[in-house]
Ligand binder design. Structure first.
Ligand code: ATP
Length: 265
C-alpha cells in the first residue's frame, strides 16, 4: 500500500456561483509525508480539504483518498481520515471524555480503546485533570487540544488539519509538531493548512503553495528555496502570491487613518 498514493486530485475544479475557486488542481501525495498546503486568504485551501473529506459536493474532476473516490466511496474515505478544523462548535455541555466516547463510537471504535486512547492523549496535552470537566469552562487552547485528539481518536491514515496550532501555547505547539513527525514515521499522512510559515518551513516534507485556485509551487523547502532564490518560506510565499508591495499597502493603511482624523478635526 505504501507505494500507492494516499491522496490524488485530478483536474479538481470548484466554483461557488460564478466564481471559480479551484481551477484544475492536479496533485499526488504518497503516504508517510507531512504536506504543507499554504496560500493567501481565499486561495482555496479549505475548499480543497472540504472536498477531500467529503464535506463538499458539486465539484468537477476527481479526488481520491486511500484509493477511494471521494464522490462514490465517501464512507470508506471517512473511515480513514481525521479532520482537525481551526475551530469548531464543540459540545460545550459534554466533558472531553464524553465527547471523545461519542465520536469514537460513531467510528465504531471499541469503548475501552477509546477511553484509554482519550485519557492518554489528553494527558500528553496536560489535560489529565480536566477529563471530567464540562468543556464550557475550557479556554480556546484547551478546546483545540480536544479537537486534535478527536481528529485522531479512530487512528486514521490521513489527518487533515486546518491551522491546528491556533491558540496553543508554545509547549503544546512543540508537542503537536513532535506528534506530526512521529505519525509520519509510522506511515500516516498529515495534510496541514497553515499561515504560520516558519512552522511549515521546519515541519513539512513537501510544501504546496496555492494561489488563486492554482498550484504556484510544489516541493521541499530546500527545492523551493533554490528555485526562488529566497532564504525563508515567508519570502518565497510573498514572491509567489503577493499582488502588491506590502510596505506600500502599510503606508496607504496609515494614510487612510490620518485622512480620517483630519476629517474628524
Ligand atoms: P483562508 O486562508 O482565509 O482560510 P482559504 O484558502 O481556506 O482561505 P477558502 O475558504 O477555500 O480559502 O475560500 C476560497 C474562496 O471561496 C474565497 O473567495 C471564499 O470567499 C469562497 N467561498 C468559500 N466558501 C464559500 C461558500 N460557501 N459560498 C461562497 N463562496 C465561498
Amino acid at each position: 500500500m505504501d507505494d500507492q498514493p494516499i491522496i490524488t486530485l485530478e483536474n479538481l475544479t470548484k466554483s461557488y456561483g460564478d466564481k471559480q475557486v479551484l481551477k484544475g488542481i492536479d496533485l499526488t501525495v504518497m503516504p508517510g509525508k507531512i504536506i504543507g498546503y499554504i496560500g493567501p486568504n481565499g486561495a482555496g485551501k479549505t475548499t480543497t480539504v472540504k472536498i477531500l473529506i467529503g464535506m463538499l459536493g458539486h465539484y468537477e474532476g476527481r479526488a481520491t483518498v486511500a484509493g477511494f473516490d471521494v464522490r462514490t466511496h465517501s464512507l470508506e474515505v471517512k473511515r480513514r481520515i481525521g479532520y482537525v478544523p481551526e475551530s469548531a462548535a464543540i459540545y460545550d455541555t459534554l466533558t472531553p471524555l464524553e465527547y471523545l466516547r461519542f465520536l469514537g463510537g460513531l467510528y465504531g471504535v471499541d469503548e475501552g480503546v477509546i477511553v484509554s486512547r482519550a485519557k492518554e492523549m489528553l494527558s500528553l496535552f496536560g489535560l489529565e485533570k480536566n477529563l471530567d470537566d464540562r468543556m464550557s469552562s475550557f479556554s480556546k487552547g484547551m478546546r483545540q487540544k480536544v479537537l486534535i485528539v478527536a481528529g485522531m481518536i479512530h487512528n486514521p491514515d490521513v489527518l487533515f488539519m486546518d491551522e491546528p496550532l491556533s491558540g496553543l501555547d508554545a509547549n503544546s505547539a512543540v508537542t503537536v509538531k513532535e506528534i506530526f513527525a512521529r505519525l509520519a514515521e509510522i506511515g500516516k499522512t498529515i495534510f496541514y493548512c497553515s499561515h504560520i510559515m516558519d512552522v511549515v518551513e521546519r515541519v513539512c516534507d513537501r510544501i504546496i503553495i496555492l494561489s488563486n485556485g492554482q498550484i504556484a509551487a510544489d516541493g521541499s523547502f530546500e527545492e523551493l528555496r533554490q528555485m526562488n532564490k529566497e532564504e525563508s518560506l515567508e519570502r518565497i510565499f510573498t514572491q509567489l502570491t503577493s499582488e502588491g508591495e506590502q510596505d506600500v499597502v502599510a503606508s496607504q493603511f496609515i494614510q487612510a487613518l490620518s485622512e480620517r482624523e483630519e476629517r474628524v478635526d
